[in-house]
Design a protein around this ligand. Sequence first.
Ligand SMILES: Cc1cc2nc3c(=O)[nH]c(=O)nc-3n(C[C@H](O)[C@H](O)[C@H](O)COP(=O)(O)OP(=O)(O)OC[C@H]3O[C@@H](n4cnc5c(N)ncnc54)[C@H](O)[C@@H]3O)c2cc1C
Length: 458
Amino acid sequence: MDQVKNALLDALGEKLVVSGPSLRERATSYWDASPTQASVMVCPRSTEDLSTSLEICHSFNQALVTQGGLTGCVEGSVSLPSEIIMSLEKMTEIEEIDELGGTVTVQAGVTLQRLQEALAARQLIFPLDLGARGSCTIGGNVSTNAGGINVLRYGMMRNLVLGLEVVLADGTVLSSMNHMLKNNAGYDLKQLFIGSEGTLGIVSRVVLRTYPKMPSRNTALVALDSFEKVLSLLKLAQRDFAGTLSAYEVMWGEYYDDLTVDGAHRAPMARHYPFYVIVELEGVCQTRDSEMFQAVLEKAFSDEVIVDAVITKSEAEREEVWSVRENFELLLAGQAIYLYDVSLPIKNMTAYVYDLRQRLKECWPEYTCYVFGHIADGNLHLFIRPADEGASHADVNREVYGALKPYQGSVSAEHGIGVEKKPWLGHSRTEQEVHLMKTLKKTMDPKNILNPGRVIDI
Ligand SMILES: Cc1cc2nc3c(=O)[nH]c(=O)nc-3n(C[C@H](O)[C@H](O)[C@H](O)COP(=O)(O)OP(=O)(O)OC[C@H]3O[C@@H](n4cnc5c(N)ncnc54)[C@H](O)[C@@H]3O)c2cc1C
């Protein structure tokens, strides 16, 4: 390690190669405040620095882990003592906003929120949005193929990336900085790096699609008394809001109730309904869209699809509603609780949640299970507290993924595989698929220095 560190120091200087006490102050991740394990961190400022760093690591067979905002949910960016951290935190330039072409070019370390704010000043949006926006980086979003709350209208990160620049394991810079929507000139190599969690290359720069900022927005929190009605409202919203539906976020009652107890979030509406949904539209005319929004919700109420609704009247009220959905840290305090991100066909969701609860109850009668998610995308998040000191994460995994198997669901909807879900990859991918993943990894990173042990083992 000392030899590599000295070579990195010689090439990049001590400002970009960090070690010692200042590195030990760095947290392991958003989820784990204990000090990071690695003893050396490199912070390149440019693609050239990154390429030089990788060339050096490659020549010493030095394993490294790439870090963006450390908000990933599957331990993919958690460092090991034997690894060097490659942090993108100094690569934060927003290089070009092309209003006519509808693109923005950024360095990979820029945070999602900073990009959103820079575009908002020009009446533009980058539509990916998720609760970790203040810390997560565009490079992390690309590498995990992030999803979030606007997928039903704009798609996942993959749909929003036009071009990429990636530095390969040996330091080669692969520039695929396409700006066009159409480009069928041979293989679309950028797709290999989107969602491969830093195992095939390090994303250094990205060309993204932008969209005009919609001048009108309407948001409501509604309550419903069954999951069938949650689905009826979704169908109705997709049809009657004429393509303007931008978010449809469901919270099962226990999630909402426990986040709105005294001293937690203020409850925007009464507690103890079985289901809550945040419905949001973005359109072109505030007056017309608000009238349509209200009329559709009133009809849903008179048809007994919904039992209660609060339409937000200001940005502060909107934030209050979203805060219940996004700021769930309160639920994580106390006894061990495990987080899940699964996908399955919408029609099977109630049956899956029912089966899972049965299994959990049999194993741990005092368990808690919070359910919420982007159900229009077939995506559920679960927080499960077995309330039993003897229950391990692996024990809970077995129940969550075991119940999922008959429904042909995926063990990862949007968070990726990382380290945490690696034993379960075979639940959602065939043997042949995993074999090809390994072949790609061996071909592109034969020394296995990029995020080794994440996603697959070779
Ligand atoms: C409160 C909260 C809410 C969240 N909500 C959502 C959500 O709704 N939808 C969703 O999809 N995710 C969500 N996440 C998960 C997380 O925010 C995303 O996975 C995000 O894309 C990770 O970005 P990051 O910069 O923090 O990456 P990191 O955590 O630093 O890294 C994640 C993975 O990407 C790799 N990586 C990072 N940068 C690069 C790069 N430049 N090149 C190559 N590999 C790289 C890392 O090695 C690691 O394997 C949430 C997380 C939190 C804490």
